[in-house]
Design a protein around this ligand. Structure first.
Ligand code: UT7
Length: 350
């Protein structure tokens, strides 16, 4: 059975840089608060009406495909992870297939938010190992800035997120001991609403922790997907119970990394580079301390891009690779935690 290797990797971030001071112009926040609590200095925002989650994904995909030494016509399966799709449906996978003029290959959309890339990698790994596909394009992309609350009410969420995309091409490798060695996926739906974006949606008011905002009667036809009330009461923005998410994240990140290490018989000191989902610099530093890793073994770029959710790991992995921090034979650890809650890890021998 072959292993799965990353044959090509690319990323795309929009040109527009938005600093903490820029945000302080429109809401009650400041550079010091944002940097101290999150490590973020700036993030990128896509061009509204020109760029979309799909178009950013396409740009990252083009680079990954070229670096893999293949063409778009060689791609035999698409996996697209995002929480900010262009449309409620169909998903970004098919839009990317159309935009890139690809063959009529399967396109799967992944809805696992910050863990989306690790989930996608795990799915792709099974398809490659089984021999079903030979060139899988896995994309993580987000267009957060189009759906955030740019008032003081939304500051706890808005300052954290940024736009961007990352992509990899996954292929089988027969090289002994190389490629994806293990992946681990978890979820805890009892925490679903603590980090969520529930409106518009099909819940009809039936969700945990709902305040009664007068949803339409259950026996009416339709009408509860998007109501005027949701708009009037600013219920159409992401919600995050930050401290609660933080507590889970610092527990689950190390747990799922140790799970991957134990499965493969490695120890934390065997890791050459940890590329964590860029949720918050403080979370990454906490995980680093638990694993007792030196600074040069943990890659962080949240300072420049904020939290780009499904795109954060492939963007970070690509930057690390471009900077020569991911070398042939290195043991790379990926780990993610986020909305769901979902979390996961992967160990890759590069
Ligand atoms: O991507 C995966 C999932 N997401 C995460 O992993 C995020 C996890 N959580 C976090 O990173 C942190 O909880 C945050 C960075 C979101 C917030 O940091 P915190 O230390 O937990 O702050 P807090 O929410 O407890 O807020 C502290 C204070 C509050 O004021 P009071 O009530 O103490 O007067 C907030 O209203 O800071 C206030 N605040 C802000 N002040 C300035 C909240 N957001 C801001 C802001 N600027 N942007």
């Amino acid at each position: 059975m072959p292993n799965t290797k990353i044959a090509g990797i690319g990323y795309y971030v929009p040109e527009r840089v938005v600093t903490n001071d820029d945000l302080a112009q429109v809401m009650d926040t400041n550079d010091q608060w944002i940097q101290e609590r999150t490590g973020i200095k700036e993030r990128r925002y896509a061009k509204k009406h020109e760029e979309t989650t799909t178009t950013m994904g396409v740009e990252a995909a083009k680079v990954a495909i070229e670096r893999a030494g293949i063409t778009k016509d060689d791609v035999d399966f698409i996996i697209f992870a995002t929480l900010s799709p262009d449309y409620y449906f169909p998903g970004c996978g098919v839009l990317l297939q159309r935009e890139m003029g690809m063959k009529q290959v399967g396109a799967l959309d992944i809805r696992n938010q910050c863990s989306g890339f690790v989930y996608g990698l795990s799915v792709a790994d099974q398809f490659i190992k089984s021999g079903m596909y030979k060139n899988i394009l896995l994309v993580g992309a987000e267009f957060h800035s189009i759906g955030l609350d740019f008032t003081t009410r939304g500051r706890g969420v808005t300052v954290i997120f940024g736009d961007g995309a990352g992509a990899v091409v996954l292929q089988p490798t027969e090289e002994e001991g190389k490629g994806v060695l293990t992946t681990h996926l978890h979820s805890d739906g009892s925490q679903a609403e603590h980090l969520s974006y529930i409106n518009p949606g099909c819940h009809g008011g039936k969700f945990v922790g709902k305040e009664d905002h007068g949803y339409p009667e259950a026996d009416t036809f339709g009408g509860a997907f998007l109501t005027q009330d949701m708009v009037d009461n600013a219920l159409v923005y992401p919600h995050m119970n930050g401290q609660h998410v933080f507590k889970f994240a610092v527990q689950k990140f190390p747990e799922v990394i140790f799970e991957a290490l134990e499965t493969t018989g490695y120890k934390p000191e065997d890791i050459d580079l940890l590329v964590p989902h860029q949720a918050n610099l403080r979370i990454s530093q906490f995980v680093q301390r638990i694993l007792k890793l030196p600074d040069d073994k943990v890659f962080n770029n949240i300072q420049k891009y904020g939290n780009t959710t499904a795109a954060s790991i492939p963007i970070a992995l690509c930057e690390a690779w471009e900077e020569g921090k991911v070398k042939d034979g290195d043991l790379i650890c990926l780990a993610a935690f986020g909305s769901g809650f979902t979390w996961g890890s992967a160990l890759i021998r590069w």
